[in-house]
Design a protein around this ligand. Structure first.
Ligand code: ZN
Ligand code: ZN
Ligand code: FE
Length: 765
């Protein structure tokens, strides 16, 4: 006989861990108790030694679906002679630490949903400990029903009995409900008046089938939905939403439906089907019954499966018809998540609304991801992922809050060796998005019981997060650390891979504020969390008209042509409608034309020269289309480029892009197909990365490369750069847990701040 005191760390709360332990212990006839303690699970258990060993082995081998065990520690304690195994209430002074993202409906709940005999048959808000809403309904800590938007729905006797029964799948599942006690659907017309019907969902589905546009309240906000096969409906949705070309996501009934439309491998299947239920980018098959307007010119489709019982019922009610499911907003505004807001903002877009009375507390967009070479490459990490923790390779001496960037904003809270990266907050230029940022920072601090003692911001003086962090730090008398944008990108990728040694950081993105006040974005940094230097960068060119040049790649084409002193070419006729003269003057005089080394702008320039796109309707469109074109072509030779010392005042290298631009221009004059140009341009970027990394390795002996920055969302580029570097014997790391774009910035800022604080602590002691 012996008794063990066992402490389990990881994601072990709010995931059905205690009933699981209870069942396992009962099956093995072991006695003792289990309880939540702070963020951990504590077990005291006694019995025969060999059976206790078996208990631990089974516990680690088959934990509940959503649990993630990171550490199990145990020690022998005095035998107490318990007569049974029980679940003890958690100590109340410090309640459970909340960790769980929203979870797609589990197989058991779906089975009940469609089981005529089940008491939850057809109930759109069914859930259990293994699934259901979490982050989007939570209002405070500790995590229990009273502090969620389910607080106003007292459980009926049947639900309460399930909630109280340790052997039940719904034991202590905070949001459980049934048709007798839980939220209800209602159908509302465009004026906000309720449409009285006994079957709101069926009526909504019928409207969609007849070509109407509907708004449906999901987990983290409203979606706009329509028949994805109906060209007229999709076109109308685009017009009303003022969204010209940015692709819409679609929702399909099941994996078979996905496989009939898209190429699909095992890894993509498990992503689609997994608990996060993200939008997955998949290669579209030929001649599929999806309107071209869903994703114009796009070889990929963004696809998701139903993530809630409501969506399962809806897809069944439309008889498996593919549905456009795009965020409920006008243009790029934040997605509507409150009922009144949806009615106001989506008036004139949606013909009718399927809503319900369970409020969404945290606005949370769908996550978007794809598989590249068997690894996930996240484009947006949000619903289903946030606020799941990411392990840090170094300890935060005190709690830290990293405020992130400006676009695709996220923030990150750091404590001990964990980072809690927020959901996607969008473009903070929108006041509503910024409001959500401040509100959700406050919420996360409550949920994780963290009060930051240090803030981190980008070096950019005009980011909303910069102003916010500076103000708050002054008010609270705590330090605020300014981190260079590309250093943060690099550190973000390092942190994800647990790297602490110095690396070569290839950081290619659109724009970021450089240490010298110019706009960076084509950088080879050398360093670690503590420090970095700019070891190489793309040659600076002018951005005529500043940010306007981001929306109008033709301006960048002119800038690169002027820089390479290329005479006129066939693009002149294409650029006729534009103010070419004004732009040339800006370039000659260098006024309103800041210098940039951005790789994103080089992609834009090449796309415009090749005649692929002169103006963009959404961020990165020109580069994305360049990638699509290139993907269909066999690899070609790279264009020439130079690598030279940067000159006085700098010890770094400059990548001279002029030979490249000259050759691209030549080939355009020769009438070479845009796809060939696009392909050779990608090969050139890969070769630039390879050659410069080799030069830097020779100089420094550093053999590890991290690839970060929004440009590395380009699957072709990331795949080929990775292969080339590994072939050359480098260890090459790219993002898998956070997006390479500014959505991952806050994680890097956090790691840098942790390292900086450790340094200070060392110096002070
Ligand atoms: Zn479930
Ligand atoms: Zn009930
Ligand atoms: Fe960036």
């Amino acid at each position: 006989m012996e008794r063990r005191h066992i402490l389990i760390r990881g994601i072990v709360q709010g995931v059905g861990f205690r009933p699981f332990v209870h069942n396992l212990a009962s099956r093995l006839a072991l006695h003792g108790f289990v309880k939540n303690e702070t963020g951990d699970v504590l077990i005291e258990i006694e019995g025969e030694e060999s059976i206790l060993d078996r208990f631990l082995a089974e516990l680690e081998a088959n934990p509940p679906r959503l649990a993630r065990i990171e550490d199990v520690r145990w020690e022998r304690v005095a035998v107490q002679g318990d007569e049974r195994f029980r679940i003890e209430a958690s100590s109340h002074q410090d309640g459970p630490i909340f960790l769980s993202p929203d979870v797609a409906a589990c197989a058991d709940c779906i089975r009940e949903l469609f089981d005529l005999a089940d008491r939850r048959h057809g109930y759109p808000f069914t859930n259990c400990t293994n699934c259901g809403p979490r982050l989007t309904i939570i209002q405070g800590a500790p995590y229990d029903r009273a502090r969620t938007t389910m607080a106003s729905f007292p459980m009926c006797l049947a639900c309460q009995a399930e909630y109280d029964d340790p052997t039940n799948r719904r034991f202590h599942a905070q949001p459980i409900a049934c048709a007798d006690c839980g939220p209800q659907l209602r159908l509302v017309d465009e004026s906000g008046a309720e449409i009285r019907t006994p079957a709101p969902l069926a009526a909504f589905a019928a409207a969609l089938r007849s070509g109407k546009i509907g708004a449906v309240k999901g987990l983290g906000g409203f979606h706009l939905a329509c028949d994805a096969g109906n060209q007229e409906a999709v076109r109308t949705l685009r017009q009303r939403k003022h969204r010209d070309e940015k692709p819409f996501a679609i929702m399909l009934r099941d994996l078979d439906a996905v496989a009939s439309l898209c190429e699909l491998d095992a890894a993509e299947r498990s992503l689609l089907n997994g608990p996060a239920s993200p939008i997955v980018l998949l290669r579209k098959k030929a001649a599929v019954p999806i309107a071209e307007e869903v994703a114009p010119g796009n070889p990929y489709l963004g696809v998701m499966l139903p993530c809630t019982p409501l969506h399962h019922l809806l897809l069944r009610a439309v008889d498996g018809m593919p549905l456009v499911m795009t965020s409920g907003n006008r243009s790029d505004e934040p997605i509507a998540y409150r009922d009144d807001e949806a009615l106001a903002n989506l008036a004139g877009i949606a013909d009718l609304f399927l809503m319900h009375d369970r409020p969404i507390h945290v606005r949370c967009d769908d996550s978007v991801t794809r598989m590249v070479d068997g690894q996930e490459l996240l484009i947006r990490r949000s619903r289903g992922y946030a606020p799941g923790p990411i392990g840090l390779p170094l300890e935060c001496p005190e709690p830290i809050l990293a405020a992130g960037g400006q676009l695709k904003a996220t923030f990150a809270l750091g404590r001990d060796r964990q980072a809690f990266l927020s959901h996607h907050l969008g473009d903070l230029d929108y006041f509503e998005a910024f409001q959500a940022f401040t509100k959700d920072v406050e919420l996360y601090e409550k949920l994780f019981a963290v009060r930051p003692r240090c803030l981190v911001r980008d070096m950019h003086p005009d980011y909303a997060t910069t102003r916010w962090a500076v103000e708050r730090a002054a008010m609270e008398g705590i330090p605020v650390l300014a981190v260079q944008h590309h250093h943060a990108h690099m550190a973000s990728c390092m942190a994800e891979h647990g790297l602490v040694e110095p690396v070569i950081g290839v950081t290619f993105d659109g724009t970021g504020y450089g240490s010298d006040g110019t706009i960076w974005g084509g950088e080879f940094l050398i360093g670690d969390y503590h420090t970095f230097r700019r070891a190489a960068h793309l040659r600076g060119v002018r951005m005529p008209g500043g940010d306007q040049a981001i929306r109008e790649p033709w301006r960048m084409a002119l800038a690169y042509l002027a820089d390479a002193q290329v005479a006129d070419g066939p693009w002149e006729t294409r650029f006729l409608p534009y103010n070419v003269k004004v732009i040339r003057q800006m370039l000659e005089r260098g006024i309103q034309a800041p210098l940039t080394s951005s790789a994103g702008r080089l992609f834009d320039a090449v796309a415009a020269l090749a005649g692929i796109r002169d103006r963009v309707n959404y961020e990165g469109q020109a580069a994305v289309e360049l990638e699509w074109l290139a993907s269909g072509v066999e690899a070609g030779d790279a264009y020439p480029f130079g690598v030279e010392p940067a000159g006085p005042g700098s010890d770094g290298l400059v990548i001279d892009t002029r030979p490249l631009v000259v050759r691209v221009a030549d080939q355009v004059k020769q009438g070479i197909a845009a796809a060939i140009l696009a392909r050779r341009f990608h090969s050139t970027m890969v070769e630039i990365i390879g050659r410069v990394c080799n030069l830097l390795r020779r100089e420094t002996g550093i053999n590890t490369v991290v690839l970060s920055g929004g440009v590395f969302l380009n699957a072709l580029l990331v795949r080929e750069a990775h292969r080339l570097l590994e072939k050359d014997g480098f260890r090459c790391c790219r993002h898998r847990l956070v997006p390479p774009n500014d959505g991952g910035l806050s994680l890097g800022q956090l790691a840098i701040a942790a390292a900086t604080m450790q340094n200070r602590t060392l110096r002070n002691t």
